[in-house]
Design a binder for this molecule. Structure first.
Ligand SMILES: C[S@@+](CC[C@H](N)C(=O)[O-])C[C@H]1O[C@@H](n2cnc3c(N)ncnc32)[C@H](O)[C@@H]1O
Length: 328
């Protein structure tokens, strides 16, 4: 089948807000109980949620979380009939607080959780949100615009050492010291346009675009506490997901994927497997996908954002019956 023939299927749950990546692989690997309760921790435009609701039996339920009011509004309109039917509940908040958000609705254990990390196409393409160097806008970058420090406050507050650490850690930027000094010299910086021209001037010739992408990524990760949120939900997920239920995570860069891989492989953030005195693996997770699932050429062609997506899935094992299980 060529890309044109398959694009209708690949983009079946896409909207003007966002096109969900790998949606079919997500559904095939996430749903183990069609009448179960699931969490989509990253609602966005509601594409994965829509696919999940379609795959579940009428009794199946979804709680969908997002920090962004734009996502809750767009998906709320799109999926209004499912909300009215009581199959879908939308929740505003950080997925790292999923336990509290669910407890407020009387749910304690679930049968599966999806996290499709990072930003939506809408956030990236909305000129006024400050996520992209393609537009001149206030330097905001907050997913939840009701909360916290925006990117301008952050870039104008940090000292040079912290700015270097931020660019190296979250952007893996090789010229972090040079960029950080240029930013400090040019402060105050309140717009994406000014940030862009400083970074372009400081970047090695020919490396401007890549440097911009790394600097914008670093600031976005820091502003939204993205890695801390991921670490927090990875630590809580074993207590939320019932044995036999699954955790599916789509990452878009190595900082995320490394964390997900270590936890799914060993149950520990350091990636080291612990064993009991009999040599049995001690982990709440069994890897379902030994290698991450990535998009095929057809999907990359119709949805270029899927190029960097890596889907990993793990199953919650029964604490009293830990087994190696089958890996796909
Ligand atoms: C890649 S998009 C998800 C797209 C969605 N799967 C779809 O089909 O449209 C990521 C979404 O997750 C949200 N998000 C990212 N981190 C979050 C967090 N820690 N808590 C809640 N929402 C988060 C973003 O606001 C964004 O809307």
């Amino acid at each position: 089948m060529n890309a044109r023939d398959d694009s209708g299927h690949l983009l079946k749950h896409a909207s003007g807000y966002h096109a969900p990546v790998l949606w079919n692989d997500v559904i095939q690997t996430l749903v183990t109980d069609p009448v179960g309760t699931y969490v989509d921790g990253t609602l966005g435009g509601g594409g994965h949620t829509e696919a999940l609701l379609e795959a579940l039996a009428p009794e199946g339920r979804v709680f969908a979380i997002d920090r962004d009011d734009d996502a809750l509004k767009a998906a709320g309109e799109r999926l209004a009939p499912e909300i009215e039917r009581g199959r879908l509940v939308l929740l505003k908040g950080n997925f790292a607080d999923a336990d509290q958000l669910l407890a407020d609705h009387g749910a304690s254990t679930i049968h599966g959780m999806l996290l499709d990390l990072g930003v939506s196409s809408h956030q990236f393409d909305a000129a006024g949100r400050g996520f992209s160097h393609r537009f001149d806008a206030p330097l905001d970058m907050r997913m939840d615009q009701d909360q916290g420090e925006d990117a301008a406050d952050l870039v104008n507050r940090l000292d040079v050492g912290d700015l270097i650490r931020l660019l190296s850690r979250y952007g893996e930027e090789p010229k972090a010291p040079r960029i950080a000094h240029a930013l400090i010299d040019a402060r105050p910086i309140t717009t994406t346009g000014k940030l862009t021209s400083i970074v372009e001037d400081a970047a090695p010739r020919g490396q401007e675009k890549k440097t911009l992408a790394r600097v914008f990524q670093a600031l976005r990760i820091a502003v939204n506490d993205e890695l801390e949120s991921l670490d927090r939900i990875l630590a809580k997920a074993p207590n939320l997901i019932a044995p036999g239920g699954r955790l599916s995570i789509i990452s878009y860069h190595s900082l995320e994927d490394r964390r997900v891989k270590r936890i799914m492989r060993s149950g520990h953030p350091d990636g080291n497997v612990r064993r009991d005195v009999f040599g049995n693996r001690l982990s709440p997770w069994r890897e379902v996908t030994r290698k991450p699932v990535s998009a095929g050429e057809e999907e990359i062609e119709v949805n270029p954002r899927s190029r960097s997506a890596r889907l990993r899935v793990a199953e919650r094992v029964d604490d009293h019956n830990q087994s190696a299980g089958q890996i796909i």
